[in-house]
Design a binder for this molecule. Sequence first.
Ligand code: ADP
Ligand code: MG
Length: 285
Amino acid sequence: MANNGKKQIDNTKGELVMENVTRVFRIPGAPACTALRECSLTVPRGSLTVLVGPSGCGKSTLANIAAGYDHPDSGKVLINGRPVTGSGRDRIMVFQETALWPWMTVMKNAVFGPAMAGHISKAEAEKKAMALLKKVGLEEFKDKYPAQLSGGMQRRAELCRALVMDPKVMILDEPFRGLDVMTRELMQEYLLTLYRDTGLTMLFITSEIEEALFLADRILVMTNLPGTVKTEVDVDLPRPRDFHVLSTERYRQIKAQVMDSLYEEGAKIFAKLDRAEDLLGTCAN
Ligand code: ADP
Ligand code: MG
């Protein structure tokens, strides 16, 4: 055997590992805020791993560190075993807030990243962008400006723009928050199509249990602040998934498992509030 019987590793896909990551925010005149404490996780190559946790538990802090936009006080972040020291083309982040440039058409937005990075030609970038826009039903909107699109279309354009960059890991920080329920469900289906077709490693962050269950291979549940991953749940629901999965017994079982873990965190907050010690800001930890 050419590879001496060793399993071939696909290095076009990234494995994201965080080891004992701690991040403390220090603002003069305010108590220090430990957003993450000794937080460890693995996002396996080609998996769609969903991180779920209550609002304010450190999810965006974790996303920013994974993307290399922020640095931990201690601990390590590795992509395919290499330390992450800053932002890089192998990671891309999609946020809740739109990051499309309003003065550029959908197509120009999509090919701007590759044009700047210079790793593929303009013609190649346009071809890739067009194929992606087709997958999400936006081919006829390629010459429109973001303001001419609905919220859901803007989100889809943004997913395409991120994927044109060919990242090894895509980090999505509550990308569908704020969309109406129907649009959100549609977006989840589009994301699953893109995941199926690219096999890309994705770390998807949400505070919605149903969204997590519908999308994930694995769910990581976070604790309250200071955030850390407390539970890992395998979501062994068959793919392709559609709304029928929501009425299966297995879905109900996994949902109960995730809810137990999350509600335990909720109960801790209420217990704290009952003691009236922490009413002055969630971050005095
Ligand atoms: P989530 O995304 O889960 O809602 P965040 O990661 O945004 O949570 O925030 C976690 C905690 O860290 C919050 O208490 C927040 O106030 C605090 N925090 C986040 N970013 C900063 C910052 N730049 N400066 C100070 N505190 C911050
Ligand atoms: Mg957040």
